[in-house]
Each structure stands twice: as structure tokens, then as C-alpha cells.
Design a protein around this ligand. Structure first.
Ligand SMILES: [Fe+2]
Length: 362
């Protein structure tokens, strides 16, 4: 394997001495990631791996977090020991407008007040808006909002229920910019919206991922606050808030006459909220229900720093102490929650992240 690429330290941005508006954070070589691997591809592998990323077509407006950009899909087709690649941008309305203008028209991540006046009413293309349908073979963009979603937003991480083949979806800021409204529903095998529920978050929070079990969905709230006033003043959509605890919003997957409320819940209770000390659960992993206790169990990464320095205190060192680990959460939904630690346990479970970054059995 090749050693990590070393940028030219003499340049103003390290780009071979040439100035650049591209963010350093987008350059994997500057973050110690090896760029090339060698070896044989097993002939038994046969299928397509899709990589879906944010990839800015035009350089970002300054002070944008790494999650801002355009949707890009990469299809890696693996067959008979060989790989072929196709990559396309999602042909969003936003990108069509920018390509027409040959310039970047959109400003800060999810701040419409920072966009060029000619595009302030245009749609976005991430979890801040609704999805596009894309042909899985050609990667051509087919349509916007193929599921006729009941809200204005669609999660970046919907989950497939392996027992029912449903797609479990949520959307936050679901009634518009800075609203605490959340929608939860499933898309069935014919793409019909079912089990639609509306909830209100304790604050307009960044809700990037969730965990599902046969009976529950757990929404994981990140410790960032949204402020429309700050957006109007040209600031960021989100502000990192160290006083926010890790927050888990739990709601039953199904309601109605055939789905009684969970044990100990009043019929009118829509959800319960559980808390842990301040931390950021970047993504979830496996999730299940304990068959003996009925507890909700799931695993996640846990970060002890602001992963988006642009959204934090500008006087603080970016990333600070980059401590992170991987943990297992256990929630007892029969407990009322509400205060830190009530009804919630955290542990390291049977697997842990080793110093080499691999998963080892304990
Ligand atoms: Fe993600």
C-alpha cells in the first residue's frame, strides 16, 4: 500500500502551493486515509455496491460544514473478479439552476436566507428536503418526491424492516424551517404511506439517524439547535449546544385498535423521551428488542466533540479532543424517562472498537 499523501506545507492551503476554495476536510489524503489498495477481487462477489455521497459540484460558500453539497451516486458493479464504475450527480432542481448559471447560487447549509435571491424558493436535495428517484442501472434522475411524502423532509437514513419488508421513514423540521415537528411512517411494498404519526421534538433538533425494532422507532437527536432568527441574520442553520444531553425520542411503530399502547403508556401518549449525558451519536447500528425484558437495545457510535466545527464556537479549536467510541444502549420503554439516565442504560456490549479501528469479539 502507498503511504499517505503529504500536501505541500508551503502553500496557503497546501494544494501544491496553489490557492483553493475547496475545503481541506474533503481531501481524504490530508486526513490520513490511504488512497489505493491492491489485491484480488474474489470471483464469488457478484452485485452492485452503491455509494451515495455529498459532493459539491461548485466550490462551497465559505464556512459551510462538510455535509453541504450536491447528491452524487457511484455504482460499483462487481462481477467475475472485475469492477466497473459509473458515477452521476443527482439532477436536482438546485443543480440544474447552478449549472445554468455556471456558478454557485446556494449559500450556507440549510439557510435559504443565504442563497442568491434568484433561487431562494428552490428546493434542496438532502435530508432537508424530499428524495429523488434514480434509475438503478443508468443512474439517471427520474423524478422528485416519488413516494408523495406527507411532509417537507425525508430522513437520510430510513431503515428497512427485515421482517415486514417495509421502509421505516422519518422527517424532522417536517412542517418547515426550524419547526419541531417530526413525521414517522412506513412505505409498504407498493410504496404506499402507512402508519403515519406526527410528533413534536423537545426542541428543533438535528435528527440524522434512528434505530428500529419490531415495535418501536428510536429517533436520535443531536445536540444542535436551529434558529430561524440566526438564519435570517446570515448565520448557520445549526449551533452546537454543549448543554444539550444525548436525547432519544421513542415512539411505537404502530397505532390503532389492533396495536394497544406499550406497557405503562397512556392511550394518548405519542412518545417518550430519554436522555444521557452530553454526547453525539453520529450513526446507529444493529437494533433489537430483548425477548425477556421487552427492552429496546441498539448500538451506535458516540462522539465527544462537535463533528462540524463550522457550527460551533469559532473561538474553539476545530474538532478539539477527537475522542469517540462505540456503545450499546438499552431503553426500558415502560419507564417514564425525562431525566438523564432514567429508563436508559449505556454499556460496551459484546463488541467494542479496538485501537486498530476493527470490530473484535470480546
Ligand atoms: Fe449519515
Amino acid at each position: 500500500m502507498l503511504p499517505p499523501f503529504q500536501p505541500d506545507p508551503k502553500g496557503p492551503n497546501g494544494f501544491f502551493g496553489l490557492p483553493s476554495t475547496w475545503s481541506h476536510i474533503l481531501n481524504p489524503f490530508e486526513n490520513g486515509v490511504l488512497g489505493r489498495f491492491e489485491g484480488e477481487i474474489p470471483k464469488q462477489l457478484d452485485g452492485t455496491f452503491y455509494r451515495i455521497m455529498v459532493d459539491p459540484f461548485y466550490p462551497l460558500a465559505p464556512v459551510n460544514p462538510v455535509i453541504e453539497g450536491d447528491g452524487n451516486i457511484c455504482a460499483l458493479r462487481i462481477c467475475n473478479g472485475r469492477v466497473s464504475l459509473k458515477t452521476r450527480y443527482v439532477n436536482t432542481e438546485r443543480q440544474r439552476l447552478e449549472r445554468q448559471a455556471s456558478a454557485r447560487l446556494f449559500g450556507l447549509y440549510r439557510n435559504p436566507f443565504s442563497h442568491h435571491p434568484c433561487v431562494r424558493a428552490a428546493v434542496d436535495s438532502t435530508e432537508s428536503a424530499l428524495p429523488y428517484a434514480v434509475d438503478p442501472d443508468t443512474l439517471e434522475t427520474l423524478s422528485y418526491d416519488p413516494f408523495a411524502s406527507p411532509s417537507k423532509t425525508f430522513s437520510a437514513h430510513p431503515k428497512v424492516d427485515p421482517f415486514t419488508n417495509e421502509l421505516v421513514v422519518f422527517g424532522y423540521e417536517a412542517k418547515g424551517l426550524g419547526t419541531p415537528d417530526i413525521v414517522v411512517y412506513v412505505l409498504d411494498a407498493v410504496r404506499a404511506v402507512r402508519e403515519e404519526q406526527w410528533l413534536r421534538a423537545p426542541w428543533p433538533a438535528f435528527i440524522h439517524d434512528c434505530a428500529i425494532t419490531p415495535s418501536f422507532i428510536v429517533l436520535v437527536l443531536w445536540p444542535y439547535d436551529a434558529s430561524v432568527e440566526k438564519m435570517k441574520a446570515g448565520g448557520q442553520h445549526w449551533t452546537y449546544n454543549t448543554s444539550r444531553p444525548a436525547t432519544f425520542l421513542v415512539t411505537p411503530r404502530r397505532r390503532g385498535p389492533n396495536s394497544p399502547p406499550p406497557k405503562g403508556w397512556a392511550p394518548e401518549e405519542t412518545h417518550r423521551t430519554y436522555h444521557w449525558d452530553h454526547t453525539l451519536l453520529l450513526h446507529t447500528a444493529g437494533s433489537w428488542e430483548d425477548p425477556t425484558t421487552g427492552a429496546i437495545c441498539f448500538e451506535s457510535s458516540r462522539m465527544f466533540y462537535n463533528v462540524f466545527p463550522e457550527l460551533g464556537d469559532p473561538t474553539e479549536t476545530p474538532f478539539g479532543d477527537m475522542h469517540a467510541d462505540y456503545v450499546r444502549w438499552t431503553i426500558d420503554p415502560s419507564q417514564p424517562g425525562g431525566t438523564v439516565g432514567e429508563g436508559l442504560r449505556m454499556g460496551y456490549g459484546e463488541v467494542k472498537v479496538s485501537g486498530r479501528g476493527a470490530l473484535d469479539e470480546e
